[in-house]
Design a protein around this ligand. Structure first.
Ligand code: ZN
Length: 327
């Protein structure tokens, strides 16, 4: 069957400090902060009443395929609850963006000017890329390529070089066979292999029919250490479905393939469900609709704290305790 996955929807990561996170993703990478909110999964019980921020960055609307989200501490008391993570097997080990062809020299200089060490340009599967780490050590890659996603152009990066959304992601599996099967269950097709002597081998998967955010590379490094969760690591990757009907189709298909998939959850900006590849990678499926303009005007996205309805009566208390951030 054709699985109705249309691209990568978002990736969600940990961060150690909300202001450093805003500064890196808006000032350095030139993305737009499209939503300031707190973690929806019952912050009161999980964090003893202390909220955790949930910040979303993307293009003008935070369209699927552009959205990266972070969970930095919300209050001083929560700083210690987020560990220093280590990227390793069982995780999404790098997030990759597309920039227009000919932009890597600009980016190399821009990042270097911001005291960020840059590796490359180098090549993978015939495309040029540079690699660096964010303020917490999270691996980020910029690939030259084509994308039909519009960039955010009110930032510091000139339009001709601005990030166009995701190119894809790298996963470091515990078991490349199992993770490959999970990707195939999602309809992804294997399109190539590359070998790095002494290090590991790469298998590239593509989302058929997607015209952006479509590559998932498995980097098989059996002797590399296991990852641990915390800031500087990706918590999960979410794939996009256009609507709820497609969501149910994917869920039925995954269950038939033997995966245990959660019920659907209302995340206000999209609806989600989750499953785990047996090799440890957290995978989410999320709807394109309704998007980040569901509770804010497009021109005001990210300007003020937005809350799910069940937390609205706690707004004053939350607002008074949240670490101030400046956009
Ligand atoms: Zn998610």
């Amino acid at each position: 069957m054709t699985v109705p996955i249309s691209g990568i929807h978002h990736m969600t990561c940990y961060a150690s400090d909300p202001q450093e996170n805003v500064d890196f993703y808006t000032d350095v990478l030139g993305l737009r902060l499209v939503k300031q909110t707190v973690l929806f999964s019952n912050p009161v019980e999980v964090f003893e009443g202390e909220p955790i921020y949930h910040l979303y960055y993307g293009n003008t609307t935070g369209a699927p395929g552009t959205a990266i989200t972070f969970k930095p501490p919300g209050t001083e008391a929560t700083r210690g609850t987020i560990a220093d993570g280590e990227v390793g097997r069982g995780q999404v080990s790098a997030t990759a963006y597309t920039v227009p062809p000919g932009s890597l020299e600009y980016w190399h200089d821009r990042l270097t000017d911001n005291d960020i060490p840059v590796h490359g340009p180098k090549e993978r599967f015939g495309d040029r890329l540079v690699q660096f780490r964010d303020h917490d050590g999270l691996p980020v890659e910029l690939f030259e390529g084509e994308s039909n996603l519009e960039p955010w152009t009110d930032g510091d990066v000139p339009e001709e070089h601005a990030i166009r959304g995701f190119y894809g992601a790298t996963l470091r599996p515990h078991n490349a066979l199992e993770t490959g099967q999970a990707l195939q269950a999602l309809g992804l097709k294997e399109v190539g292999q590359e070998f790095t002597p002494q290090r590991g081998d790469w298998t590239r998967y593509v989302i058929p029919g997607a015209d952006h955010s479509k590559y998932v590379d498995l980097y098989n490094t059996p002797n590399f250490h296991e990852g641990s969760w915390g800031y500087g690591t990706v918590h999960h990757i979410a794939f996009e479905v256009p609507d709820m009907q497609a969501m149910y189709t994917v869920r039925e298909h995954l269950r038939q393939e033997g995966y245990s998939v959660t019920s659907t959850k209302d995340r206000k900006f999209f609806t989600s469900m989750y499953f785990r590849d047996p090799s440890g990678i957290n995978i989410e499926i999320a709807t394109a609709e309704p998007g980040f303009t569901v509770d804010e005007k497009p021109e005001n996205l990210g300007e003020e704290l937005k809350l799910p309805d069940y937390l609205e009566d706690k707004r004053d208390d939350l607002d008074s305790r949240l670490i101030d951030i400046e956009v």
